[in-house]
Design a protein around this ligand. Structure first.
Ligand SMILES: [Zn+2]
Length: 235
C-alpha cells in the first residue's frame, strides 16, 4: 500500500489527465447546449468529505469547478467506477447549466441547490437527479419525469455533493435531543401522547411517551417522522 505522501504525489500527477477528461466531456456538452463550461477554471484538492463542487462567480469567489482527487483519482485504493465518475462530472455541470441557462418556468417549482431547476439540467445531460453520491447510482435508470413533476417535499439538505458529511449530519440529527418533557405529540396510530422522559443513548434518543393505552418507548427518529408535534406550552 502506498503511504500518504506517495499517494498524494501520485494523485497530483493525475491532474492533467483528469483535467483533459473532464474538459472533453464538458466541451461535448457545451456544444450541445451552447455553453462554455469547458472554459471554467478547474481546481483539485484532497477533500475527504466532498467529491466535487461548482462555485458561481460572486461574493469574492471566482467561478470554478472543484474536484477531490481522493475520489476522482485513479491511484486511490477504491477508485470510482467510470460511470460514477462521469456522473459526478455531469452532476457538477448541471449546477453550471442552472446558473447559465434559461430554465423553463415549469421546472422552477422546487427551490434549492438541488431543486427542480437543477434536476431539469440533470435530465438534459443524463446525470443522476440525486444530490448525494451513491455508488452505482449512475447505472440506474433515472425517472426524470417523476422527479420533475413530483411535488413531494424534498427532505434533502442543501449541502455540497458528498456522502460522508450527509451521514454525519444524519447521525448528529438522530442523537440530538429534539423534544423535552411535557411536549405533546400526535401519533397516527396511538393518538395523543405526552413525553414523560427523554433518554439520550449512544446513536440516538429514546422517548418515553404516555399514550392513552400506556407508556411507549420510541426512538426519537421515528417519532420525528410519524407524529405531529406540539411544544410544551403551545396551544
Ligand atoms: Zn450538487
Amino acid at each position: 500500500m502506498l503511504d500518504r505522501e506517495m499517494l498524494y504525489e501520485a494523485l497530483h500527477k493525475e491532474i492533467p489527465i483528469l483535467t483533459t477528461q473532464i474538459r472533453k466531456l464538458y466541451a461535448e456538452l457545451d456544444q450541445k447546449f451552447h455553453l462554455e463550461g469547458a472554459k471554467v477554471p478547474m481546481t483539485f484538492g484532497m477533500d475527504r468529505d466532498c467529491l466535487g463542487s461548482y462555485t458561481q462567480a460572486g461574493g469574492g469567489e471566482r467561478e470554478h469547478f472543484h474536484f477531490s482527487l481522493l475520489f476522482v483519482g485513479y491511484s486511490v485504493e477504491h477508485p470510482l467506477s467510470r460511470d460514477d465518475r462521469m456522473d459526478l462530472y455531469k452532476h457538477e455541470y448541471a449546477h453550471y447549466m442552472q446558473a447559465h441557462m434559461k430554465i423553463p418556468e415549469k421546472y422552477q417549482w422546487q427551490t434549492g441547490k438541488h431543486g427542480s431547476a437543477w434536476k431539469y439540467c440533470c435530465s438534459l445531460v443524463g446525470a443522476a437527479p440525486t444530490p448525494y453520491y451513491k455508488a452505482g447510482e449512475a447505472l440506474m435508470n433515472h425517472d426524470y419525469d417523476k422527479v420533475l413533476k413530483s411535488k413531494i417535499h424534498d427532505h434533502t439538505v442543501p449541502m455540497r455533493d458528498h456522502y460522508r458529511r450527509e451521514q454525519e449530519y444524519k447521525k448528529t440529527r438522530d442523537s440530538k435531543v429534539q423534544y423535552q418533557v411535557g411536549d405533546s405529540v400526535e401519533h397516527p396510530k396511538f393518538g395523543a401522547g405526552s413525553i414523560e422522559k427523554v433518554e439520550q443513548r449512544a446513536g440516538g434518543v429514546h422517548l418515553h411517551i404516555r399514550f392513552e393505552d400506556g407508556v411507549r418507548k420510541m426512538d426519537q427518529k421515528w417519532v420525528l417522522q410519524t407524529t405531529r408535534y406540539r411544544k410544551a406550552g403551545d396551544r
